[in-house]
Design a protein around this ligand. Structure first.
Ligand code: PLP
Length: 498
């Protein structure tokens, strides 16, 4: 969308680039294997063969038997399915699930949902790196617990849990164990048998496979009920015609897992170099990721005094993709629950950036990022102003020189009406209509959660707009702080620019 100096993608825990061999395989399956694997003629049997070959390939990658995995649409579905399935089978005879407070949102939100249904959710204490305190876990176990749910590796800070020890405990107490292994696969060796887990989830798009394909590992003989009812696909455990091209793409990505994992293990020197050089640029940075028992590609860093949305915008303008704890279009401005769980304050969480390298990240890539960070941190880049929700008051709103540029998505505008006098424009097509934005006004760029507006603000400043500010925390935070102004001014006198 915007001009990129160089493209450096360091958000590989969010998703990965599809590898060329994966897209080639998928295209072949889309073209030639169109039969429904459940039907009873040759083209269908050809598809069924692709399905079963893929199952065998993926199962072998994680040390499982082919009949122990079922395909689904993603790991979020998998996490939902396991938690809801085991609750259905155990509750109310047993009432408790023990989990960790640093799980992925697809686990956390499902646990909160189950809590409303009456299940007791107990979060085991974790240390400052998010590692489950094993002794505490053992203390929490009683005869009401039916499941322990703990991820193998954390997506935000990279912490690797001692799942083998946790599995030994759950086995001793005859309790089931599920582990979200999404972030671990391709970064560290994953063998479900060696780990001793009963259920696990995986996702293709984290290993250079396609989005929309996942698996659940269900240890031989473990109880399970479907989430999606209908046809008899996946041994009757997940209805719906299989997404064969996605599944074949997943299998092709899985074929490269050994190479990916080996390349990942060599990233350590890049990671150490990056952290050491960062400290030279800004001595007070704090690294949230542990030095040991951490994914080799994940570096979570606090930049004290710097709001992560500003840094994200500055790096984005340089073509660098990194991530913060939350996304711009969320309906809340809550800081990351993972960072809070490891003891960070709200402001530290809002000063945190995650760099997640890929197996092909080079020293040159990191040097480019370091150079861009240095330029930004030494105030050598052109200034973009931040305005807090408290500062964006009636005086500014009513000022003739104010130009509010609302770049929120249409669905966000359904939740919250734009401010009076706003100029609405789509974040995606904004560049096309830039000539409608006056250079002689004070521009205030507003997005929903505060992460997209710095990108646009940086762009405008680079285009010689002299007075550009963006709203920290976005419109959600502004409304929370200015309820009366919202009631008084929102929704009136709106102009569409695109
Ligand atoms: N679990 C973890 C640890 C993740 O990082 C993610 C994705 O970010 C998921 C689950 C959800 O995966 P999917 O995108 O396949 O639903």
């Amino acid at each position: 969308m915007f001009r990129l100096r160089q493209e450096i993608y360091l958000d590989n825990n969010a998703t990965t680039k599809v590898s060329p061999s994966v897209s080639k395989k998928m295209e072949r399956v889309l073209r030639f294997y169109y039969g429904n694997p459940s039907s009873l003629y040759q083209v269908a049997r050809d598809s069924a063969l692709v399905l079963e070959e893929s199952r065998r390939q993926i199962a072998a990658t994680i040390g499982a038997k082919p009949e122990e995995i079922i395909f689904n649409s993603c790991a979020s579905e998998g996490n939902n399915n396991i938690l809801k399935s085991l609750t259905e089978l155990n509750y109310p005879k047993k009432t408790r699930i023990i989990s960790s407070p640093t799980e992925h949102s697809s686990v956390m939100a499902t646990l909160e949902y189950l809590k409303k249904q009456g299940v007791e959710i107990i979060y085991c204490p974790v240390d400052k790196y998010g590692k489950v305190v094993i002794e505490k876990l053992e203390e929490l176990i009683d005869n009401k617990v039916f499941l322990v749910c703990c991820m193998l590796a954390n997506n935000e800070i990279g912490t690797i849990q001692d799942i083998k020890t946790i599995a030994a405990i759950t086995k001793r107490h005859n309790i089931l164990l599920m582990a979200d292994c999404v972030q671990a696969l391709g970064k560290i060796p994953v063998d479900v048998k060696e780990l001793g887990i009963d259920y696990a989830t995986f996702s293709a798009h984290k290993i250079h496979g396609p989005k929309g394909a996942g698996i659940i590992y269900i240890k031989d003989g473990s109880p399970f009920v479907p989430l999606v009812h209908g046809g008899n696909q996946e041994f009757g455990l997940r209805a719906g015609t299989e997404s064969l091209h996605n599944i074949a793409g997943f299998a092709e990505a899985a074929r490269a897992i050994a190479v990916m994992t080996s390349k990942m293990s060599k990233l350590k020197h890049i990671k150490d170099y990056f952290i050491a050089e960062l400290k030279k640029i800004k001595a007070d940075i704090i690294v949230n990721s542990p030095a040991h028992n951490c994914l080799p590609n994940t570096i979570s860093v606090i930049f004290p005094g710097i709001n992560n949305s500003v840094l994200l915008g500055a790096l984005d303008y340089q073509g660098i993709a990194v991530s913060a704890g939350s996304a711009c279009n969320t309906q809340s401005d809550e800081p990351s629950h993972v960072l809070k769980a490891i003891g960070l304050s709200d402001s530290q969480a809002r000063e945190t950036i995650r760099f997640s390298l890929s197996d092909s990240t080079t020293l040159n890539d990191t040097n480019y990022v370091l150079k861009s960070l240095k330029t930004f941190l030494n105030n050598e880049s052109k200034a973009v102003n931040m305005i807090t929700p408290g500062q964006l008051n009636e005086n500014i709103l009513l000022d003739q020189n104010t130009f509010i540029l609302d770049i929120r998505f249409w669905y966000d505008r359904k939740f919250l009406k734009s401010l009076s006098g706003s100029y609405e424009i789509s974040f995606f097509s904004f560049k096309k209509y830039i000539n409608k934005i006056p250079k002689n006004k004070n521009i205030y760029v507003i997005c929903q959660g505060g992460f997209n507006s710095p990108v646009v603000a940086y762009y405008l400043v680079a285009k010689e707009y002299p007075r550009v500010s963006f709203l920290v925390g976005g419109y959600v935070a502004w409304k929370l702080a200015n309820k009366e102004l919202y009631e008084k001014y929102a929704g009136k006198d709106i102009t569409k620019l695109d």
